[in-house]
Design a binder for this molecule. Structure first.
Ligand SMILES: [Zn+2]
Ligand SMILES: [Zn+2]
Length: 367
């Protein structure tokens, strides 16, 4: 059996979305807009096709199946947008925590070295002279801690809040739009009567349009538009087997680097995508990323990371990072290297110092 529409929902359907306390009475076909008497008076006085609701509802009937499909589509996009914002909020928090830990470690080193300094300077002093250095020491440590609390931590927290704020605004709007549209979506099948059905479907359409505009403005930067594609052969005459391209890096001058796993080499393609240079690496490269406009880092499985420099259409081996684990994925962001083993994600400095492990899942060989 169908549950009837609640009185509350019915009232909210009949209410003008713009003018509080006003009931919808007309429909303007010129603007595709549900109107109360104030709407008509203020914005639709000159419109040609403004009809009372019962009359407007008597016209062409709505295709509820199509409406339901596009509603579900918009609802799922709103959810995706919300999750995307939440992921970004969370990852900012993670990097803040990690930063905080680094600062705390730095502070600890400072205090320890200060204490050591005090220790060596008091080693040869007699007991009655001890009182002064200890109270001085206490003051100094207090000062270090207060300064740390006041400036560093607070500053970083404020910075985090500032970065998170716009993401939270978008997330909250997603939640609100989803909530409103979802309620209409659930109400529509329960609506009885032509007029109320008409209002519900128009309100639903308006919400979809509003949400679509919102998604376009706040979420569309994630979407690529493919303008065309072309296929290029990167096989060299000396290679007998197939090439397996595991990574591609585009250089600023239009040249492209490709990592060929089966042939264990990195190839440089010119602007016409012809191989003009190559460099063999010890193991099949699993991944590659740009470090500077003329340098890439290649993930070489058990052989760590191999840096390669590009200059004047030639490739040259640079330094190498030895790792304690497999290296199957690599990315560079603002001076940090993110490296995946088969079961964990690590953060390194460019000089190869391990900063921290960001994630681990050893529930299988490869996770
Ligand atoms: Zn109104
Ligand atoms: Zn109008």
């Amino acid at each position: 059996m169908k549950w009837p529409l609640s009185k509350k929902m019915e009232t909210s359907l009949l209410a003008c979305a713009i003018h509080k306390g006003e009931k919808l009475t007309k429909y303007c076909t010129d603007h595709n807009h549900l109107c109360c008497s104030k709407c008509v008076e203020l914005n639709h006085r000159l419109c040609v096709q403004v009809a009372p609701l019962p009359q407007a509802a008597g016209g062409k009937s709505t295709n509820f199946k199509n409406l339901s499909v596009s509603t579900e589509n918009t609802l799922s996009q709103l959810k995706q947008c919300q999750m995307y914002q939440e992921d970004r909020i969370k990852s900012l928090k993670v990097s803040y925590k990690e930063h905080e830990r680094l600062i705390v470690d730095g502070l600890r080193v400072n205090i320890v070295s200060y204490l050591r300094e005090c220790e060596t300077s008091t080693v040869n002093t007699t007991h009655k002279h001890m009182q002064y250095p200890i109270s001085e020491m206490r003051e100094e440590i207090k000062y270090l801690l207060a300064d740390f609390e006041k400036s560093t931590i607070k500053e970083k927290k404020e910075e985090l809040n500032l970065k998170q704020a716009p993401l939270k605004v978008v997330r909250n709007s997603c939640i609100r739009l989803h909530y409103e549209l979802f309620h209409l979506h659930v109400a529509i099948p329960k609506v009885l009567g032509k007029e109320l059905s008409f209002i519900a479907s128009k309100k639903c359409l308006e919400n979809i349009q509003q949400s679509d505009i919102f998604i376009k403005e706040n979420f569309s930067n994630k979407v690529f538009t493919v303008n065309g594609k072309s296929v290029h052969n990167v096989k060299m005459p000396s290679e007998s087997g197939t090439c397996q391209i595991t990574a591609v890096c585009a250089l600023q001058n239009g040249q492209v680097l490709v990592a060929d796993y089966y042939n264990k080499r990195v190839k440089l393609l010119n602007q016409k995508y012809r191989v003009v240079s190559h460099l063999d690496v010890r193991d099949g490269p699993w991944d590659m990323c740009l470090i500077t406009p003329t340098e890439v880092a290649v993930a070489c499985y058990i052989h760590g990371v191999q840096f390669i420099a590009v200059s004047q259409s030639q490739l040259a081996k640079g330094r190498k990072l030895k790792l304690q684990h497999y290296c199957i994925g690599i990315a560079h962001n603002q001076g940090d290297l993110y490296i995946c083993s088969r079961t964990a994600l690590y953060k390194f400095t460019l000089s190869g110092e391990l900063v921290c492990r960001l994630y681990k899942d050893s529930s299988a060989d490869s996770t």
